[in-house]
Structure formats: C-alpha cells, structure tokens
Design a protein around this ligand. Structure first.
Ligand code: FAD
Ligand code: SF4
Length: 508
C-alpha cells in the first residue's frame, strides 16, 4: 500500500502511525508544483522542506518505511500526478491512500489522479481540526448570516471548553472589548525564544533548484519551528511568557516589537506539527495551574482565535469554494503598489509592516488587517493581486486560511459573508493602537496638504466611491451618515488627493 503525505500534513499523531507495517510505504515529495504556484517567501519554503524532512526522519526511526524526494533529486518528477503514478508502479501498490488536503486545488487534483489509477484508492481525514470539512457549512445551512460568534459559542459548548455549568467561564463569551490596549514599553516582553538554526544546506538546495522566492533569510539563524519538539517548545514558551498579556495587547502595534505577545504558532499548526486541541489544552492547563495569575480575558482571546476563527475560516473555505476565489464584490481593479515588495515608502506604518514581513515572513494580525490590508482596500486593489501577496509572503499562508482572511475579512470582496463590515480606517485607528505615527513623515491629524496622512484622504474617498455597496449595511450607517455630513468642497479635495495617491503610490 502506498500512502501520500503532503507538506502540510505533518501530524505524527495520526492513526496511520499507530503501528508500523512493512506492507505500507509512505510517500513524501518536495516538488516544483508546490514551490511555484505562487512566489513564496524563502523562509516559508525552507520551513516546509525542513519540517517535512524532520517528520520523515523521526517516523523512519520509529520503523515506518518512506520514499522521500528532495527538491534536487534527479529522479524527482516535480509534479504530484507523475510522482504518484511512478511510485504506485515501482512499489507494486495494490491500494493508494491519502489524507484529505486542505486546499481545493489539491483536492481536485487528487480526485482526478485517483480516477486515473487502476488500483483501489481511499481518502482519510487528517485528524487535525476540531471540525470536519463541512461542519461549518452544515451549522449555517439554515441561518441567514455566517456569524463567527454563533459558531464559536456552539464550539465552546460542544467541546466543553471554558464552560462552567453550561455558562461561559468568567460570565462572558467574549472579552474583545478589554483586549484593545496600546503597548507603550510596559509590561516588558520577554526575550525571544531560543532556537536558532543553521539552514544553509536546504537554502542552497532551493537556490540550486532555481526556485524563485521573495523576502530575506539569514541562513545561520533560522527561527521558525521545524519539528514537533520545536513546536512544543514554542507553545511552552508562549504559555510561560506571553499568554499573561496576550489578550490585552492583541490589537497593539509597535515599531520596535514585531511579535508583541503573539504566539507565532500558526506555522506549527498549519503544517500540523501540533494540533489546535493540543494548543488549547496546554493553554487551559497552564491557566488553571496558575489560577489568579492569568486573567480569563487573556485566555479567552487566544482560544477564540483558534477554536473560533481558525476553524470557522477553514469551514467557510469549504462551504464557499471554488467560487470564493473569484469574488470581487466591491469591483476593485487597481494594481498592488510596488512598495509591497520592497517596503520603500514614506508611510511609516506600511514601511514597518512590509519590511518586517520581508525579513520575518511574519506580521501579526493587526498589521495584516489594519495596515497592509487596510491600505490595499482603501486604494481599491484587485483582490487577486493582494491575495497573491498574502499567499506568498507569510510562513503560515496556505490557501484555506489565507484567502478567507484576505478576500473575506480584509478586503470585503465577498460582500460581507465573513466580515459584517469592511475593516477600513483612517490614521486615527493606527495612531490609537501604536507608535508608528510618531516616527512618520506624515501627520496623522492632517487630512489635506503635502504632509497629511494618506490614509485620511483615502478613507473618505473609499467610503464615497463605494457608498452604493453599503446602502443596506446597518453596520455602516454611522460612517455613511458622517460621509453625508462632509462639506462638499472638503470631500472634493480629499478625493483629489486620494486619486493622486492611488495613481502615484510611488510618490508617497
Ligand atoms: P496569534 O495572534 O498568536 O494567534 C493564535 C492563533 O490563532 C494563530 O496561530 C492562528 O492559528 C489563529 N488565528 C488568529 N487569527 C486568525 C484568523 N483570523 N484566522 C485563522 N486563524 C487565526 N493566518 C494564517 O494562519 N495563515 C494565513 O495565510 C493568514 N493570512 C491572513 C491574511 C490577512 C489579510 C489577515 C488579516 C489575517 C491572516 N491570518 C492568517 C490570520 C492571522 O493574522 C494569523 O493567523 C496570525 O497573525 C498568526 O500569528 P500568530 O501565530 O502569532 O497568531
Ligand atoms: Fe501610517 Fe499615516 Fe500614521 Fe504615517 S501618519 S504611520 S502613514 S497612519
């Protein structure tokens, strides 16, 4: 029997590995098909290849039989169909099995490949998520809106997470309102966790194969988890050092602190080196062991991201694909400015968020949503352009979670299926949540004039340009009413400035 394991299916706890079996061969392959469908960050390609290699090594040591193709191997066909056909033949397999992929693209491809095989085939669950593929779809089947909050409450009850006698622990389902502090240097953020890896060999192999990548890499000092042990150590570090303030500073922005109190667990989870259940169990155990020390709001904020948002996004993806990938309900048509690939802009918030993304293959949620996403939406960038950027640049970017966050939450391209209103803001929000504005060429309080913050003109222009789309959205009523009260001359001047920014982003 031949069993395929994709690069984001590194679940060592899968039932497949409960026992060793000499009749089973596991097949893993680094391949151009996966490195080339979008231009990825170099740290992302390194991360996946190393995590795959470590996974194979650890399970081989336990006695499982593997065929593993490295990117530079001569006999590597570099394409999934050819690889499967080749090794079904070479191993004389009587059955082919695979774990259900999380991406629509691969799901379709594997179904087609199986049709072409003359042996028995079977797809099994990855045993990673709390939910099955279509659980979210079924949950919302008789509801008018896909509200994350109602799904989240159902999940808390169903899995008995932070529940006391059928009521939410702490008396509230959601502590979002207490999770909006600006970080001003205190409390101290403990130093970065320890491991630094030399990844020179794999990065050379990637270069030698001619794979085009984006972003920067210091091959002597790689900092992402690439094994299960690494992933568990990131989780432990988070529980011991960062969880205590996670909720409070979840939305904060800071020029000197790229990671603040965020966990950086997304890659470890999205590659399935650790499961969401392991993460939540560990966080809750830690919290209950330190009762009185860590406030429930910090933990609830974190649990909501994983039990709520992460599962919800995955379910929405399977409920709405393949059409979801084509949505552009606001009819945005502009190009993504070149500075998204260089960080070369005078706008300090964008400069920091983009430079950091290029350096670290990481930005935290509010940088993605309220800086790069906000600017792209305000400048009416085509969702395909911004989608490709997010899919390539972040180490955790896999389509099921990237596209739902980008087209849905960030770009409102689905017209409000995921977000109930577009996440747009003027400079006011960015100033309120961080310190970028104090080091900026522009003034966050000015709306017009050479040094007025571009976000301000863009904001009012966006609301005016897209007002027809928001006519029936009651969550936009206040913004629309403020727009209606704007002085006509001022609005015309703001629109003129906004159009200048949109047409000549390189000047700003
Ligand atoms: P933490 O802040 O520590 O949060 C803990 C965990 O919660 C994360 O590891 C993640 O697994 C989960 N989580 C938090 N928010 C979300 C969310 N909105 N959707 C799904 N899971 C969530 N996340 C990805 O994993 N891959 C992506 O490609 C991705 N693209 C995004 C694109 C945009 C435009 C936006 C606005 C968000 C995107 N996110 C994506 C969600 C979120 O920004 C990242 O999960 C988070 O920044 C990862 O860092 P962390 O592990 O330090 O998260
Ligand atoms: Fe960003 Fe405007 Fe603040 Fe500058 S002033 S950091 S461009 S929000």
């Amino acid at each position: 029997m031949l069993r395929l394991i994709l690069g984001d299916q590194l679940n060592q706890k899968h039932a497949w590995f409960n026992e060793t079996d000499n009749e089973v061969t596991y097949l893993m392959a680094e391949m151009r098909q996966e490195t080339d469908y979008v231009k990825h960050h170099i740290q992302k390609v390194v991360g996946f290849f190393l995590a795959m290699r470590n996974f194979q090594e650890e399970l081989s040591t336990k006695g499982h039989r593997f065929i593993y193709l490295k990117i530079g191997d001569d006999q590597n066909p570099q394409n999934l169909e050819k690889i499967i056909q080749k090794y079904v033949n070479e191993t004389d397999a009587e059955k082919f099995e695979y774990q259900l992929p999380d991406e629509y693209r691969l799901d379709e491809q594997l179904k087609a490949i199986c049709k072409g095989l003359s042996i028995e085939t079977e797809a099994v669950d990855t045993e990673h998520f709390y939910t099955t593929r279509y659980e979210v779809k079924n949950f919302f089947s008789n509801k008018k809106q896909y509200l994350m909050e109602s799904f989240y409450r159902m999940m808390r009850k169903k899995h008995d997470i932070m529940m006391v006698n059928d009521q939410p622990d702490g008396g509230k389902w959601n502590f979002d309102h207490s999770n909006r502090k600006k970080w001003t240097g205190k409390p101290e953020i403990p130093h970065e966790r320890g491991f630094r890896k030399d990844v020179s060999v794999v990065s050379q192999e990637i270069k030698a194969a001619g794979i085009e990548t984006i972003g920067n890499l210091d091959p002597k000092s790689y900092n992402w988890p690439t094994s299960r042990a690494d992933s568990l150590s990131v989780l432990n570090y988070f529980c011991k050092n960062l969880l205590i303030y996670f909720g409070d500073y979840q939305d904060a922005l800071h020029s000197e602190q790229k990671f603040l109190f965020h966990s950086r667990l997304s890659f470890a989870m999205n590659s399935k080196m650790i499961s969401p259940k392991e993460v939540i169990d560990k966080v809750l155990d830690h919290c209950y062991e330190h009762t009185g020390h860590i406030h429930i709001s910090q933990v609830e904020g974190f649990v909501r991201q994983i039990l709520g948002w992460r599962e919800y996004m995955r379910g929405m993806y399977w409920a709405l694909m393949p059409n979801y990938g084509q949505y552009n309900k606001l009819d945005n048509q502009n190009k993504l400015p070149d500075f998204y690939w260089t960080g070369d802009t005078k706008m300090n918030c964008l400069k920091h968020a983009i430079t950091q993304s290029l350096d670290e293959a990481y930005a935290h949620h509010i940088q993605r949503l309220m800086i790069t996403g906000n600017y792209a939406l305000l400048t009416q960038v085509h969702p395909d352009e911004i989608d490709a950027w997010y899919l390539g640049i972040y180490i955790d970017a896999i389509e099921w979670v990237e596209i739902t966050n980008t087209r849905g939450m960030s770009q409102f391209a689905d017209g409000g299926m995921i977000a109930t209103k577009p996440y747009v803001s003027s400079a006011n929000y960015i100033h309120k949540m961080g310190n970028y504005c104090s080091g900026c060429h522009y003034s966050h309080t000015k709306k017009l004039g050479e040094n007025a913050c571009p976000f301000n003109a863009l904001y009012w222009n966006f609301l005016d340009e897209k007002k027809e789309h928001f006519r029936d959205n009651h969550r936009m009523n206040m913004m629309m009413s403020l727009l209606g009260k704007k002085d006509k001359q001022e609005l015309a001047a703001l629109k003129e400035r906004a159009n200048n920014i949109i047409e000549h982003p390189e000047l700003f």
